[in-house]
Design a protein around this ligand. Structure first.
Ligand SMILES: NC(=O)c1ccc[n+]([C@@H]2O[C@H](COP(=O)([O-])OP(=O)(O)OC[C@H]3O[C@@H](n4cnc5c(N)ncnc54)[C@H](OP(=O)(O)O)[C@@H]3O)[C@@H](O)[C@H]2O)c1
Length: 292
């Protein structure tokens, strides 16, 4: 049996579907019973609850041959890293309590750095926490930025006619489709063929924001679509005033963008995953068309 955290999210849902499709028994975790019900229909055992509760999580890990862990985030919270640390400590405690022996943990590109990487700093600490576990084989997945992040650009494209962010337009950023993360995680959770602590970087493509914008423009029938690099202060104002992000999360996000722009969040080795942004852009285009 394999326990999947965040089973109703980007990576967890696709992972759960892959595992069930391969005939595995899956315990799918989330907080929304309604969303989890869709996975129960597919054959998963579902467990709703708050994963910041270490006892709840230990029960959800108990008896599993392997677990998929992630630290979901809420951008509205006043102290982002404190919440991430709480989630990370609950995961480490639940692994110890349950005795699970194989862990595939979602981390990120840039988690090799302790600081200067904004929102990724607490993923570095989570990797350190997982490294201290004894008798547990831990695979740390370090994917690039998710292609899915560009869904949030569609509203600005619709209303302002541009893609706008604070990342430098011409710097290569490692990116990936979450479907490819799910494939890598499913393979590892089933095979359990590594030992000790292993880091695996997952990168689909190295793309600039200008290149991404051009591809989105072609996909949605607006070949003149432009990328606009916003000053940090302008992006911060949008994130806090329009998107409802807390000032703390916004500051961490902007530092992350600065690190991307400075080329500090580069893969050290990289492992190529198959999905191209051109293919993914077809899904963005469908979502854009559905906006009316
Ligand atoms: N976005 C990127 O570009 C990127 C790149 C590299 C790494 N990452 C990392 O990826 C991770 C997020 O993974 P994801 O995108 O697959 O997840 P996601 O789509 O953000 O979904 C989060 C999942 O966790 C569940 N959840 C959230 N809070 C919970 C709580 N308190 N108790 C129980 N369940 C809870 C959600 O349930 P509900 O559906 O009920 O809300 C959902 O299933 C983060 O650690 C992030 O740093 C992201």
């Amino acid at each position: 049996m394999i326990t999947v955290m965040g089973a109703t999210g980007n990576t967890g849902r696709k992972l759960t579907e892959l595992l069930l499709g391969a005939g595995e028994e899956v315990r799918a975790l989330g907080r929304s019973p309604e969303k989890l019900a869709e996975l129960a229909v597919l054959g998963a055992t579902t467990v709703a609850g708050d994963v910041r509760d270490a006892d709840h999580l230990a029960r959800a890990f108990a008896g599993a041959d392997a677990v998929y862990t992630l630290t979901a985030f809420d951008p509205t919270l006043p102290d982002y890293h404190a919440d991430q640390d709480r989630r990370g400590e609950a995961i480490a405690s639940a692994i110890r309590e349950s005795g699970v022996r194989h862990v595939v943990a979602l981390s990120s590109i840039g988690a090799q750095l302790a600081a200067g990487n904004g929102i990724i700093a607490s993923l570095h600490r989570q990797e350190q926490r997982l490294r201290t576990l004894t008798g547990v084989d831990v695979l740390l997945l370090r994917p690039g930025a998710f292609f899915e992040g560009f869904y949030s650009a569609l509203g600005t494209i619709r209303h302002e006619g541009v893609v706008a962010d604070s990342v430098a337009p011409d710097v290569k950023v490692p990116m990936i489709a979450t479907a490819d993360i799910a494939v890598a995680a499913a393979g590892a959770l089933r095979a359990r063929d590594w030992s000790g602590v292993v880091v695996r970087e997952l990168i689909g493509q190295d793309l600039t924001y200008a290149e991404v914008t051009a591809t989105i423009g072609r996909a949605i029938g607006r070949p003149d679509l432009r990328y606009v690099q916003l000053p940090d202060e302008a992006l911060a104002a949008i994130l806090t005033q329009s998107a409802g992000f807390s000032p703390d999360f916004t500051a961490q996000f902007i530092e992350f963008n600065q690190a991307l722009s400075a080329g500090r969040l580069r893969p050290t080795e990289g492992s190529a995953t198959p999905t191209r942004f051109e293919e993914f852009a077809a899904m963005l285009a469908a979502a854009y068309a559905a906006m009316g």
